[in-house]
Write a protein that binds this ligand. Structure first.
Ligand code: 6PG
Length: 247
């Protein structure tokens, strides 16, 4: 049985209801934890409203900012103030006006010489955070991984046909072939790192995602279908993205 078959699916009325539900779920997960809490953030457009909600009351007043650490699931290899930067999107939507300690923000480095060097540097940062270079099944790297579903079934920057899909050792890899806009090199977490999550949640909204979501839920071999999180996998979907048969 695939992870998809065992996933918990919630269908929300619209993107706003989806963002509010995920914000409620995420803050409750943080509140139920003790000590450090790590989130691997998704880029793209779907999670932006969620990030805005986390930065505003009531969520803002409930997030334990002093002990939450923010990581990225993938990044476009562009400057941090570039319009395509996932860091810039999160900074503007979530981090700019909140009491997040600067040391709790762990962006993927994109100012260096190459995506490969950036990937290696981020892997070192993750291993320093984790306290080791071997991921243990009973000690996930992330408390929560937030994930998007690309129109071709990609997740993070794990694209169909990419050799990075077969990476089972490195935690972070550079991606040179990017079939989806923006057509820039990427840095992405690999399956070992993404799977090392206590909770993983796809956020999928919009009628334009209905076809690829149908394929994912039908068991097609898409990059997003290959996730095997250590913990629970959830789908937060808005009605427009859900195939008729699942409504
Ligand atoms: C990115 C994302 C990517 C995204 C999907 C869905 O860097 O673009 O990490 O994996 O989550 O492409 O993007 P939308 O939310 O914009 O549909």
């Amino acid at each position: 049985m695939s992870a998809i078959d065992q996933a918990e699916i919630e269908i929300l009325a619209d993107p706003e209801a989806l963002a509010r539900r995920v914000a409620e779920w995420l803050v409750a997960s943080m509140a139920a934890s003790t000590g450090r809490f790590s989130v691997a953030l998704s880029g793209g457009s779907t999670p932006r409203r969620l990030y805005h909600l986390l930065a505003q009351p009531p969520c803002r007043d409930r997030v334990p900012w002093e002990r939450v650490h923010w990581f990225w699931g993938d990044e476009r290899f562009v400057p941090r103030d570039h319009a395509d930067s996932n860091f810039a999107m999160v900074r503007d939507a979530l981090l700019a006006d909140t009491p997040v300690p600067p040391a709790a923000v762990h962006p993927m480095p994109t100012g260096g010489a190459s995506p490969e060097e950036a990937a290696a540097a981020y892997e070192r940062e993750l291993q320093a955070w984790y306290g080791g270079a071997v991921l243990l099944a009973d000690r996930p790297l992330f408390d929560v991984s937030l994930l998007g579903l690309g129109p071709d079934g990609h997740v993070a920057s794990l694209f169909p046909g990419s050799p990075v899909l077969d990476e089972r050792v490195r935690w972070v890899r550079a991606v040179s072939e990017t079939p989806i806009a923006p057509f820039v090199p990427r840095i992405t977490l690999t399956y070992p790192a993404l799977d090392s999550s206590r909770e993983a949640a796809f956020l999928v909204a919009g009628r334009e995602k209905r076809a690829i979501l149908s394929r994912l839920l039908a068991g097609d071999d898409l990059p997003s279908a290959r996730l095997r999180p250590a913990g629970r996998l959830r789908f937060f979907l808005d009605r427009a993205a859900v195939p008729e048969r699942l409504r």
